[in-house]
Design a protein around this ligand. Structure first.
Ligand code: UDP
Ligand code: MG
Length: 314
């Protein structure tokens, strides 16, 4: 039996040595073969050099280095495409995903009752309150409007069996939202709650704006509800304006009112105009996703690696 650990790294020269030390200590205690797939996501610091030296001293280390920053989703996908283990896990390089959980996760999988063990944070200590609030609202919203089951506080840290990994690799969409993909493929998942751990070194790569855009991506990738809101509002507004029309015609016939209400007319025109632009924007968002999907661009481009069989482009 073999375990593959996928570690996406972007500017992690400070955290990676600590992570490597801790994780190998745990992996050595396991009674199975393992490989450490380090994915360098176009770091600008010494991450790649570090990976190279780790690979030299440890045959378990396989690194693949992207030609530029493709994002964590692409890095994880590259890992999934290249992992050869029967069990595959994804872990952050910053120790926020405690390696000490790995033996427990393996035990749970080996009972055969589950296909995957996933982790979720039960608290968000050390995170700005506004960010936590937005995160909470996001999970409420997306679970209401999409059919992928997305668990609040879920991390990308999970251990999966080969079948599930193959299913994930088969989902080759360009716009990737892993939290949704994991839920969408199904399989029996066991949830392990744990308390939030702050990163050991370096800084988070996610600004508030980046997270916000990621959330919007998630919604667009896993829900068509915004599109139906557009159509339903259109229908509602048409119905409303028809009723108004009847009202005005009848009033004119009975009372013969002269024309009045320039201000209200302008307000209505501006309101409708705004609404139309808004919904056009929503349709545009879906169109732009479709546009990117139809181009079939590679998810990542590997410029350097020490693994002979690594898929360089996918
Ligand atoms: N990461 C990556 N590419 C990116 C951004 C992040 O590979 O463009 C990696 C990063 O090196 C880390 C993991 O994704 O191993 C999680 O990133 P981070 O800790 O910054 O996110 P947070 O834990 O704050 O959500
Ligand atoms: Mg982190």
């Amino acid at each position: 039996m073999k375990l593959s650990l996928i570690v996406p790294c972007y500017n992690e020269e400070q955290a990676l040595p600590i992570f490597y030390r801790e994780v190998t200590a745990v992996l050595r205690t396991l009674a199975c073969e393992y490989e450490l797939l380090l994915v360098n996501d176009g770091s600008q610091d010494g991450t790649l050099a570090l990976m190279k030296s780790l690979a030299q001293s440890d045959e378990h280390v396989i690194y693949l280095s992207f030609s530029r920053n493709f994002g964590k989703e692409a890095a994880m996908y590259a890992g999934f495409c290249n992992a050869t283990g029967d069990y595959v896990a994804v872990m952050d390089a910053d120790m926020q995903d405690p390696p000490s959980l790995l033996p427990k996760m393996l035990d749970i999988l080996s009972t055969g009752e589950y296909d995957s063990v996933a982790t979720r944070r039960v608290d968000r200590t050390g995170e700005p309150p506004l960010r936590s609030w937005f995160a909470k609202q996001f999970y409420r919203l997306i679970n209401r409007i999409s059919d992928a089951d997305i668990v609040s506080g879920a991390r990308d840290f999970r251990l999966m069996k080969r079948d599930m990994v193959d299913a994930i690799v088969a989902m080759s969409e360009y716009n990737r939202f892993s939290k949704g993909i994991f839920g969408w493929v199904g399989f029996r998942t066991c949830w392990l709650p744990y308390e939030n751990v702050e990163r050991v070194a370096g800084e988070t790569k996610w600004s508030f704006w980046k997270l916000f855009k990621y959330a919007i991506d998630g919604i667009i990738n896993f829900s068509q509800t915004p599109l139906s809101i557009a159509s339903w509002s259109g229908i509602a507004m048409t119905a409303f304006s028809f009723i108004m029309l009847c009202f005005i015609v009848v009033r004119k016939l009975i009372f013969g009112d002269p024309v009045a209400g320039w201000a209200s007319t302008i307000c209505v025109i501006v309101f409708i105009g705004g609404l139309q632009m808004f919904f056009l924007g929503i349709i545009g968002q879906y169109l732009s996703k479709t546009y990117l999907e139809t181009k079939h661009r590679p998810h990542f481009i590997v410029s350097e690696t020490n693994g002979g069989s690594i898929k360089k482009i996918k």
